[in-house]
Design a protein around this ligand. Sequence first.
Ligand SMILES: [Zn+2]
Length: 563
Amino acid sequence: MSVPKKLILTISVFFMVSCARNRADTVYINGSIWTGVESASRAQAIAVTGEYLVAVGSNENVEHLKDSNTKIVDLQGRFVVPGLMDAHTHFMDGGFQLVRLNFREVDSPEDFVYKIDSAAQKLEPGQWILGGNWDHEKWGGELPHHSWVDNVSKEYPVFVHRVDMHMAFANSKAMQLAGITGDTPDPLGGVIDRDHMNGNPTGILREAEAKELVQRVVTPPTEEERKRVLQKAMDYALMCGITQVHDMCSWEDLLTYRKVEAAGEFRMRIYAAPWWTNWKKQIDYIAEYGTGNRWLQWPALKGMMDGSLGSRTAWMHDPYKDDPNTRGVIVASDTVLFKTMMQEADAAGIRFAIHAIGTRANEWILDQYRAVAKMNGGRERRFKVEHAQHLRNSEIVRFGREGVIPSVQPFHAIDDSRWAYKRVEEDVLGGTYAFKSLLNSNAKVVFGSDWTVAPMSPILGIYAAVTRETIDGSQPGGWHPNEKMTVDEALLAYTASVAYAGFQEDVLGTLEVGKLADFVVLSHDLFKIEPEEIKNTGVLRTVVGGKTRFLSADSGGKKPIWY
Ligand SMILES: [Zn+2]
């Protein structure tokens, strides 16, 4: 049976309008609105009442919803997309990074020392120098050594993270406070780097278990500082066009979020996945308080199988090309405990977001997801694998077949591709950041930033996924160009697919009547500009729950921030 297209359109417009309440608080007209609804044409206008969309259609469709109190916003032909959602952040870490030392631009050991020296000069002796985002690959690969900075930081403990958060650097003062000496054994799951000559620690600590030795002696921030930092992180996200994050957080972060949300001070949405070791507490917590509301939820937990490629701690099937002695590490070192956690948390209905970067780690977690689903029986789970970075074909097809969601970060693809070839063989690179292959396997690919590991801007994420242009320009035409995505696919990975991953597709992800009014106005139509130009697109306005939460003072919008 064939129904004329025009008739379908008329019916659907009638449906949208008939569902609408009889007045709108705000109408947005003259836009070019990509609704995210499959095969829908562009809409021109949006009407909002309270937190919800009451009409999406043409200017005429919203006309009758206007009364004397309705605010009218002329979009002047601008491009509008559903609220962009980041499927993987470290939101509080990112917030703290905004107020601490940022080594993102540091590209030499001299600069590294200078940065610490200048920070020390502004502090009282004994105060911590904290921060992160250093990357030794930017100066040829030599790791920082405490001897670099001890002279300029004798009285100041220094503890600064590598950009991937899998390594941190401590100076002698910090190691002294932490009690780390040549005699300190490596903690299970972590590594203390040592000088070859005498076995003394170099200052480099790998993975959480080793970093924790210093972390636990760092002066903790006050609750007031934490709340302030959360607001800063929200400002930053809204400026990037982000309306919700899936946040890989700590239990403490979740408690801060709850207080701030209860005070009505949430301006965007957080879908929290606290660290897995709290699973028993989380089961009780959910039994007592439920899993949250539209602003803040905590239905999931974050686990971690392995480390990262940069730190050679991603768990691979094969030894590393530039260190044949290792295939990476299993961060979840007590796999019996980890499996128990998965079984119990899943039985209680908790969802999983588990980090797996290496090929072997991905195989392991896919096996465990399958085992848990089998053991605890039938329901829809939408398991997430965070990063799903290096995959063999046998794993790529499983994501689609088994309905597991690869939660990937496109910016990493254009950043790591500068040096990934040093770590792994060409055949592994073929299944690295294999976004298109994952889509082709029928997997629901979702995008995120991993902020503060990478820039938060989803515009940069879309640019990365569409062009795969390595940030140093070393791969003209794109790195493994067969894995490029279309603009349409990239937008879905930041919108509808993220909503799906969080079981929120009834209220988020597309612009349809009855859904929450979360959307972003951009300076350029991403479908109409050259892929190369996507990275220069500005965010003009971010609306969450019907309210404008960010409005650019610049007519070109807020351009993406690269650090
Ligand atoms: Zn992460």
